[in-house]
Design a protein around this ligand. Structure first.
Ligand code: HEM
Length: 321
């Protein structure tokens, strides 16, 4: 027997011994196994059977599939963030490299948003959207998880209530003051919209669990816990700033621009399917969602969503760390 084949067999024997298994049985299994195919491995049949329009309008397919592509990329993003946040010996190089992956995925989402803005006939969209009320992309749970995993919870609290929330606040209470509650909650009566109620019925428990999981492990606090020298690594700082700016300004503006294209196409401004005051709610300058506030200068923070930052560290002014 060739030396390298023997070496592999010895390694397999060793592995099987630790599992309490017989190598011979597994080898016989190999003899009878079906060859793997692309379609079995990628599960193309399952994947391509998940697009089910509710109307006869052809462009509804564009809408469904682009949302599904978003959800797949959201999953890829969460996969990488988890590797950073739960790494046992995190080094700045690994952090920057994995964050680079996350940023590339979000760059794709931002740059491809024209698929939504320019890729559907307005007349068709305005018809099939009626069958979607009261659903909205607002109810994407993975999008919310990306937020929880990226930043300290306080940065997701509605700016009007930040003073009232601290680390002692129960998660349920913090949850009820997240910035996005503003899309579906009347703060004077406490009443929530159907959009929000359905979302919470389905996901609230999962969200609270996830918030706890990332409470001290989110990207913001993980970065701040690095040694001083690592925190001042310019490559890492640039990756963090690029990611923050892409998610919270560029993507948000691409999304807003698509919403305007469709909802302002008629003689009067249309209501959002989810029912929010979308023209205000969706803008970064009002939302002020910033994942890594200490990585921006005071001036950059003041002009958030209004000045055209390219997400790169100019280092002309000291950052707030
Ligand atoms: C024609 C395309 C789109 C339009 C007109 C549109 C419109 C809107 C509107 C008006 C809102 C505000 C909430 C409400 O519904 O009242 C919203 C929220 C949202 N949409 Fe879209 N959207 C579009 C595409 C997408 C896509 C492709 C995604 C990707 C998953 C998405 C994800 C979201 C998310 C995550 C929110 C919540 C944002 C936040 O809380 O800041 N939307 N959308």
């Amino acid at each position: 027997m060739k030396e390298d084949r023997k070496k592999i067999l010895d390694q397999i024997d060793e592995k099987m011994a630790t599992l309490g298994q017989e190598t011979e049985t597994h080898l016989k299994g190999l003899l009878n196994a079906k060859p793997i195919t692309y379609w079995d491995y990628i599960h193309t049949d399952a994947l391509l059977n998940l697009q089910i329009p509710r109307t006869t309008h052809k462009d509804e397919m564009v809408f469904i599939m682009y949302h599904q592509i978003n959800e797949l990329l959201f999953k890829m993003i969460l996969w990488e963030i988890e590797q950073i946040s739960f790494h046992e010996d995190l080094q700045p190089g690994f952090f920057a490299e994995r964050l680079g992956r996350v940023s590339r995925y979000f760059d794709v989402l931002t740059e491809s948003f024209t698929i939504m803005k320019d890729g559907m006939e307005v007349e068709q969209y305005m018809k099939f959207r009626d069958t979607l009320t009261p659903a909205s992309g607002f109810q994407s749970a993975q999008y919310r998880k990306i937020e929880f995993a990226s930043t300290d919870l306080i940065n997701l609290i509605d700016a009007r209530f930040r003073e009232t929330i601290d680390r002692e606040t129960p998660f349920e209470n913090a949850y009820n003051h997240l910035y996005w509650q503003a899309a579906g909650k009347n703060y004077s009566t406490g009443e929530k919209s159907t959009l929000l109620n359905l979302f919470e019925e389905h996901y609230m428990g999962e969200f609270i669990h996830f918030m706890k999981k990332y409470n001290t492990r989110n990207l913001d606090l993980t970065f701040m816990a690095l040694p001083d020298e690592a925190r001042h690594n310019v490559e890492l700082q640039n990756q963090m700033r690029h990611y923050d700016h892409t998610v919270n300004v560029k993507w948000v503006m691409a999304h807003f621009s698509a919403a305007r294209h469709y909802l302002e196409s008629g003689s009067k401004v249309a209501e959002a399917t989810g029912g929010s005051e979308w023209q205000k709610y969706m803008l970064p300058k009002y939302q002020r969602r910033i994942f890594f506030p200490k990585l921006w200068t005071r001036e950059e923070l003041d002009g958030w969503g209004e000045t055209n930052l390219d997400g790169h560290n100019t280092l002309e002014e000291p950052l707030l760390i």
